[in-house]
Design a protein around this ligand. Structure first.
Ligand SMILES: [Zn+2]
Length: 388
């Protein structure tokens, strides 16, 4: 029996290695074929044999800032499966392609217990993670966009429930440097920032918006309803500050519901809904449902065949992205067993879209999560004034 088991194990390992070899070979062929196709398409475009592809998406320039609805294209969004083949995953570079400059910004540290995020987990393991913000600089328009604001220094000015949560040990934080100080240390004043994108409205991403008096705030679909619903509830029992955003609503843009009539969102890579922010393919907003209402990601084009997906809180640990762990369920104070997400199925589906985009892109797309400590600590040169 022992020799049969050993033989079976040997055959299993051999079969697994054989499958891995075939997979590697196919992946290499796929990437080579895709690059050749991109080069051919660019040559055809340069010689005006085929028109340059233009994404029919709403852009920063066309956004009616301060309103909640965009009226733009009328075409309905096609199914992503019909538009994002592995050969045509991402828009090809145009001859005059614009690339954004992307830098990470330190904006506080937060302690995340494994048991609340991943399964399997080590029950006592707690990770000290950065709460990352980013600055996106668009060279041709000299526009500065800050993506997320991390943690605020004056935590007593969070809603009472959050302030207690951050002080009683269940989710401790450290903010040696907030986003404003990190920007200044990198040579940029917060007053120079044109736009602030809040990828979600949780306290560890919204910092202190008052530090950005000249910025317009861009938020994901459903964010204003989320704030309004919480403002109407018990002020002692809310995670969201009703006065979080500027009282001047002309400084706020909320993207429309991707499922609404006349939605300007379009498929991109493996994602069903994306918006081209500058109308030149240099930075896309990705709808990222599941974690909380209004959650979005960013996809920055930082160089030829170089993209960075800002995954925010779509998942908190890279083991979820790799598929080696599942979303954890844990006991809440009310006795219920839930995850950190409002919709686990949607969250898992979006993580799958992130994984597929990364893997199908063959090394062209790097995924950076908001609390991805390991990746950040190895890459300090990516923090402002450095860049990706
Ligand atoms: Zn977070």
């Amino acid at each position: 029996m022992a020799s049969e088991a050993a033989a079976f194990q040997f055959l299993s390992i051999a079969a697994h290695r054989s499958i891995q070899k075939v997979h590697q070979s196919l992946t290499t062929k796929l990437v080579t074929r895709r690059r050749k196709l991109s080069q051919v398409r660019m040559l055809l475009q340069q010689h005006a044999i085929v028109p340059a592809r233009k994404d029919n998406t709403a852009t920063l320039a066309t956004l009616p800032l301060g309103t909640r609805l965009l009226t733009h294209e009328t075409e309905s969004s096609p199914d992503v499966s019909t538009t994002a083949s592995s050969d045509d995953l991402l828009p090809v570079d145009l001859p005059d392609q614009v690339y954004v400059k992307l830098s990470a910004i330190e904006a506080g540290w937060i302690h995340l217990p494994e048991r609340e995020f991943i399964d399997p987990h080590r029950s006592e393991a707690v990770h000290r993670c950065l709460s990352l913000a980013f600055i996106i600089q668009h060279p041709s328009t000299n526009t500065k966009v800050v993506y997320d604001l991390g943690l605020r220094k004056d935590i007593s000015n969070y809603p009472a429930k959050i302030a207690r949560y951050l002080q009683d040990g269940s989710r401790t934080v450290e903010i040696p440097t907030d986003v404003g100080e990190s920007l200044k240390a990198g040579g940029i004043s917060p007053s120079e920032v044109d736009f602030v994108i809040l990828s979600l409205l949780h306290y560890d991403h919204t910092g202190n918006p008052d530090l950005f008096p000249n910025s317009r705030f861009i938020i994901g679909p459903g964010s204003l309803d989320l704030l309004a619903a919480n403002a109407a509830g018990d002020p002692e029992d809310t995670w969201f500050l009703p006065t979080l955003l500027p009282s001047d609503t002309s400084r706020i843009t909320e993207f429309p519901d991707p499922h609404s009539k006349d939605s300007p969102w379009r498929p991109l890579a493996r994602f069903p809904f994306a918006l081209d922010l500058f109308s030149d393919g240099s930075f896309y907003i990705i709808n990222a449902p599941g974690h909380v209402e209004g959650h979005i990601n960013g996809l920055a084009r930082i160089g030829p065949d170089r993209w960075v997906l800002l995954g925010s809180d779509s998942c908190h640990f890279s083991s979820l992205l790799d598929g080696s762990c599942c979303i954890a369920q844990f006991s809440r104070p009310d006795g219920s067993m839930r995850s950190v997400h409002v919709d686990d199925d949607a969250a898992a589906r979006h993580i799958q879209h992130m994984r597929e985009t990364r893997d199908m892109a063959g090394g062209r797309v790097e995924v950076v999560l908001a609390h991805d400590l390991e990746r950040c600590s190895k890459n300090r040169d990516r923090f402002l004034p450095g860049r990706f």
